[in-house]
Design a protein around this ligand. Structure first.
Ligand code: AMP
Length: 118
């Protein structure tokens, strides 16, 4: 496994080495607030198994990836933004704006979000 992924901040959070405020957790994923929120609700959802980003997923990751999406919807319900709608973002790689090399979904809501993103 690539140490850039396993040494990353989110890998350490997934292993419980860095404490976070847990919004949702199950055997596959962990969700916690973004440290620099871009909306009134901004939660990150990460898999417990290390993966770089959506572009590096393989067919074997299908169950985990589907579970991650379901967890995003559960987070939206728990945070009270389901009725108004929200945005789920997966930044991937440099041009995609990914700064932490460990798969994470952003769940953003609580205000109207502009499209397209900058
Ligand atoms: P990305 O740019 O898609 O890689 O997103 C990385 C996100 O991680 C950014 O929105 C950061 O604000 C967020 N972030 C960085 N450090 C922390 C931390 N210690 N706890 C929670 N979120 C963080």
């Amino acid at each position: 496994m690539d140490t850039e992924i396993t040494d990353s901040l989110f890998a350490r959070i997934a292993r419980g080495e860095i404490p976070v405020t847990v919004v949702y957790e199950d055997e596959h994923v962990l969700a916690f607030p973004d440290i620099s929120p871009q909306a009134p609700v901004h939660i990150l959802v990460i898999p417990k198994r290390p993966v770089r980003n959506v572009l590096t997923l393989s067919a074997a990751d299908g169950e985990m990836a589907g579970h991650l999406l379901l967890a995003c919807a559960e987070v939206a319900r728990r945070m009270g933004i389901e009725a108004d709608g929200c945005r789920v973002v997966l930044n991937a790689g440099k041009a995609g704006g990914q700064t932490v090399p460990y798969l994470h979904a952003h769940v953003l809501g609580g205000r109207d979000l502009a499209w397209p993103p900058g």
